[in-house]
Design a binder for this molecule. Structure first.
Ligand code: HEC
Ligand code: HEC
Length: 363
């Protein structure tokens, strides 16, 4: 082999090695918290919290995310925080059917509970956001929610000495970017998880006294295919339960005379068969956050049960697992209600509004 050929061979090898190295680089940015990652302990009834490799939670990022979650600094006119629509006093959801954002503007969908969102494969009723990190960009820029821009939020936080210090502790001494904001909020949200409910203590803790007989009967109504058939979509596993299959279904919500008021998943996929499909919500703690459904149209759990008994609003895409349940006796209906109430779990400490020091509070 002459030296020219050898040179080209080596060049080829170098190029191949570089391509291989580059292709293995993570596509997301390499911003990582500087602190020691902490373990988030899952309560009885829930699996370990999924953690993305590029955002391991640390004590500093969680505390920072908590502060940001409760801070109206994220909204254009300093009036609206995440907690305005996802309040700990209402099971981290909104007691109004649709929420009011900046300037009292309203959207068209009900604010879901943030409790256990950490377990959702995708976010929003129509699943249009792939992660909690990505989701946290939505409300800030939404004109009927916080009506702000990511750049303005970055400027405000960089101009605030208290935040500069807290961000430096969490992410290192460098200018604050929105990526740090969304990653911090997501890490806080991964601690807003709740289970160890009476149901969990009975089903997974094997404590027969944890629930009433009505709840045990209601469990059968919820799970049996020839009864309520609820667990078909609100899944219960052998070791834990997410109460969602993380899939989209049309159960006949937001439908009027066969017309779709909210097209749901169709807005993401543009497939006709997806009109009126919404993501199955996790119904843990459901008694804490009325009203219900993506349009906030049902004021209590009794209405929800009645809706399912009537098989929802009829439409072309109604799920094959939804059918009239008028054969359920009065007793079975009230047992089902008791079962839903037994899903209220423990809310972890340190997820409410943080107590701020005087310097932090001054602005
Ligand atoms: C003005 C009210 C409002 C504000 C402020 C708001 N949200 Fe939301 N949030 C909503 C609504 C409405 C939805 C559902 C929208 C949809 O599905 O299209 C939602 C959805 C979500 C979801 C998805 C939950 C699920 O089950 O799909 C998360 C997580 C969330 N918000 C977190 C936040 C965070 C974090 C903030 C602050 C940065 C915030 N929200 C600010 C109203 C609000
Ligand atoms: C075919 C799948 C499917 C079946 C079966 C099903 N659900 Fe649902 N459930 C959903 C979906 C999807 C939603 C959200 C719909 C929406 O809001 O537009 C939902 C919403 C709910 C909600 C409201 C939660 C919230 O955050 O607002 C409750 C409560 C509920 N279901 C309980 C039940 C009960 C009880 C049964 C059995 C009688 C049942 N579900 C059967 C898919 C299903």
């Amino acid at each position: 082999m002459n030296s020219r050929k050898l040179f080209f061979c080596i060049l080829l090898l170098v190029v191949a090695a570089c391509t291989l190295l580059l292709s293995q680089q993570p596509t997301r940015s390499a911003l990582m918290p500087i602190g020691k990652p902490v373990q988030i302990k899952a309560p009885l009834g829930l699996p370990p919290v999924p953690i993305p490799p590029d955002n391991p939670p640390t004590a500093e990022t969680i505390a920072l995310g908590r502060r940001l979650y409760y801070d109206p600094i994220l909204s254009l006119d300093y009036t609206v925080s995440c907690a305005t629509c996802h309040s700990p006093e209402h099971g981290f959801a909104d007691p109004n059917p649709v929420s009011e954002g900046v300037g009292k503007k309203t959207g068209t969908r009900h604010s879901p509970s943030v409790l256990n969102s950490a377990y959702s494969a995708v976010q929003f009723w129509d699943g249009r956001s792939p992660s909690l990190e990505n989701q946290a960009e939505g409300p800030v820029q939404n004109p009927v929610e916080m009506a702000n821009t990511l750049t303005v939020v970055e400027q405000r936080l960089n101009g605030d000495p208290g935040y500069r210090q807290a961000f430096a502790k969490a992410w290192g001494a460098r200018p604050i970017t929105y990526e740090m904001v969304e990653k911090s909020i997501a890490s806080f949200e991964r601690t807003v998880i709740s289970a160890n409910s009476p149901f969990d203590r009975w089903k997974y803790g094997r404590d027969e006294k944890a629930v009433s007989d009505a709840v045990k009967r209601g469990f059968i109504v919820f799970t049996a295919k020839d009864k309520g058939n609820c667990a078909e979509c609100h899944t219960i596993g052998a070791k834990d339960a997410l109460f969602t299959d993380n899939e989209f279904h049309n159960i006949g919500v937001s439908v009027d005379m066969g017309q779709f008021i909210d097209v749901g998943l169709y807005a993401v996929t543009h497939k006709d068969a997806d009109k009126g499909k919404f993501r199955t919500p996790c119904i843990r703690n459901v008694a804490l956050f009325p009203p219900y459904m993506s349009d906030g149209s049902m004021k209590d759990l009794k209405q929800v049960i009645d809706f399912y008994i009537g098989a929802g609003n009829s439409n072309a895409n109604l799920d094959k697992e939804i059918h009239v349940l008028d054969f359920l006796s009065g007793q079975e209906r009230s047992d089902l209600l008791e079962f839903l109430k037994s899903l209220t779990g423990e809310i972890p400490p340190n997820v409410g509004p943080p107590v701020l020091t005087e310097t932090q509070a001054r602005r």
